[in-house]
Design a protein around this ligand. Sequence first.
Ligand SMILES: Nc1ncnc2c1ncn2[C@@H]1O[C@H](COP(=O)(O)OP(=O)(O)OP(=O)(O)O)[C@@H](O)[C@H]1O
Length: 920
Amino acid sequence: MIRDEVNQSIIISGESGAGKTETAKIAMQYLATLGGGSGIEYEILKTNPILEAFGNAKTSKNDNSSRFGKLIEIHFSETGKISGAQIQTFLLEKSRVVQCADGERSYHIFYQLCVGAPPALKEKLNLKSTNEYKYLGQSNCYSISGVDDAEQFHIVTEALDTVHISKEDQESVFAMLVAVLGLGNVSFTVIDNENHVEPVADEGLMNVAKLMGCNIGELKLALSTRKMRVGNDNIVQKLTLSQAVDTRDALAKSIYSCLFDWLVEQINKSLAVGKHCTGRSISILDIYGFESFDRNSFEQFCINYANERLQQHFNRHLFKLEQEEYIQDGIDWAKVDFEDNQDCLNLFEKKPLGLLSLLDEESTFPNGTDLTFSNKLKQHLNSNSCFRGEREKAFTVCHYAGEVMYDTTGFLEKNRDLLHLDSIQLLSSCTCYLPQIFASSMLMQSEKPVVGALHKSGGAESQKLSVATKFKGQLFQLMQRLENTTPHFIRCIKPNNLQSPGIYKQGLVLQQLRCCGVLEVVRISRSGFPTRMSHQKFARRYGFLLLDHVASQDPLTVSVAILHQFNIMPEMYQVGYTKLFFRTGQIGVLEDTRNHTLHGILRVQSCFRGHQARCYLKELRRGIATLQSFVRGEKTRKAYTVLLRRYRAAVLIQKQVKGRIETKKFKNVYDASVLIQSVIRGWLVRRCSGDIGLLQSGGRKGNELDEVLVKSSFLAELQRRVLKAEAALREKEEENDILHQRLQQYDSRWSEYELKMKSMEEVWQKQMRSLQSSLSIAKKSLAVDDSERNSDASVNLNDDRDYSWDTGSNFKGQDSSKGARPMSAGLSVISQLAEEFEQRSQVFGDTKFLEEVKSGQAEASLNPDRELRRLKEMFEAWKKDYGARLRETKVILHKLGNEEGSGDRLRKKWWGRRNSSRLN
Ligand SMILES: Nc1ncnc2c1ncn2[C@@H]1O[C@H](COP(=O)(O)OP(=O)(O)OP(=O)(O)O)[C@@H](O)[C@H]1O
């Protein structure tokens, strides 16, 4: 399908019991395995138990015989995956619901429900055992050896769940099944002498009405009367027993048939998912196989007609079209003869004198009977080589698979398949939804345009297509669908008629092989060219396998080059005008090589892509890891910050709490201690005072000798302590006196020291003043001398040596004493300086007292360090000032010295000696 881009079909055929259904299931499983994956394949496979339960029954030829045809169309996506499915069913054998031959069974589901339904469901539906239902009991066969109906029921309910049929719907389905069985148990009583009947209103009938949700009166009327329209009047006709039984059975059959169709519809809804995505599908056709029983009825007539149609399809594709193609393409071939069933098919389908046309025609006649029908057949078809009239109501048809004799009894009734309008109205009046759905679908069918003959009866019957016409139409549709696909035929061959393994009946097998044309197929496969492919397609498909380059790109040249390269023998293929034709198996070699090569290419591609993908993955992983580390780092940091804050907060809180606890504890202990102390002290004081009071009271308590003794010792102790305290007090007082004395001493010394300082300061002040006055006198005298010297400069330079350095002004102008006066003034200044120096040396050198205070030997209310600092500062200031004055005096004396010669040198020596020894 994927390769050729053409939808495919698998047509499975063979006799009843040959294995068609099993083969179809195997094919479905195979496709599900190939194209599964979405889960829908599981649902598709689960449709098999449902359809088998409702559409299969035990026949004399097959314990699990399909009583309907089935075409399952599996839809695939572009990639070859199953995307959905659709099931079409053909002609369910509904007569089996009300009637089955000895040793056969009705549909499996009835038995499965009766045996396998859970007790609650049984009770709810008022379900009885199989042998209590007339429809099931008539063939006297209730079970199949090796089959567990209860287990099968379980499988079916599971499958119903899988295809999404709800539990409520399932219960409604089971209710309809019980209603069908219940209808079979409805009996009638004759109510008048014209043999008119009415249903017995027993428990069974009431249960049917309850299960269908209809009024019991209406049910009784629908089963025993028929409304008819005669002219303009509506009349109600009472039914005879046989008519009532037919009406009852028709209702039961219709309900079952509609139920089957409804189930298929529900399954299709469930499988429809995604099927319209693509147009690709593979259809599997499993239609009832060719049947030939001892007594063959209308069902076998339809089934064998369907098989004739399929055989024609088979012949057409494998022989007709094949050989036509050989001719068209102009190849050499040997013609193969085959058994064409076209004549038999014509016997069925020809108009107006074919089996189906005559059947429909006879069915439309109100007076037509099975006998008139068979006579008509014999009258019109006796000349047909495929037809042979038999005695009474029978006739024989020469099918491709063999001759089959049909008994026309019931043909017309079954072909008409009429359901009285009253019954449809009854169904539509039901409260349960399933009967309502059935009624509307029946009405819809009868409203469809009628093709072919119609049966009209009394005007009140529903008009609908005959069963044969409908079936024929369905088969045509089916063939059309199959024509658009590439067919694949599976021929099932039955090894024996005993349904037993290990028995191989050669004659039976050979007959089947002959009948279904397998021998001709083998012959044509050997002599013909079953595989063919257009030149273009062949070149496109296998061209890439060519090792050498072909100059021409023409498809035929490429195709021939391929054939040569692979050494395909000339007798194994034929080159047609448009196609290449191959004998069996030849294309397989090419296909294998192609698959091998493609596989290798895919492997290389997968390795390369794998490598690429791995590289990409690694890169992605690295990126992800980096991103993750960033994100995690960020998160961790944030978390850490929060934790740290919390931790700090916790520590703070702990600190506070612990602090408070400890403070509280301490306070408690402290308070307790104070309390204890106060209590003890109070107690001691009280006791002490009590003792003293006791002692004072004297003889009042003298009789307690011990107590007195204790108290007297206590008193003695107290006295001793008092004495001790007094001695200590005396000691302290003496000490105090000494300290007082020392303090006085220090005070006196301090006042002495202060006096000294004061006097020293006064002296110093005085000296300063005298020094300043003498200094100003000296300056003045010097100024007078200078002016005199300046005025006499032109006369006598020696006069310049005159100094006014003394304090007295009486020296001015006395020439005789000019040299002696400055000298005496200078000597007086020097002596003053020397005196000042002596005094100051005493003052600044006497720091003994302060040192004593500092070392603690003496006490005084002063800071020795501060006093010493102050003394030093004073010394420094004096030293500076004294130095300046000395330098000044020195300069003056130097001037004087220059005038006086050697006498001055003596003074200078003295000066220098005095300065160098003292000022340091
Ligand atoms: N491949 C198989 N392997 C083993 N047993 C098989 C196989 N095919 C069929 N059978 C047996 O044959 C029986 C009948 O097979 P199946 O129901 O498929 O026949 P059929 O051709 O569909 O018959 P009908 O036309 O009546 O439906 C099965 O129940 C099974 O026991």
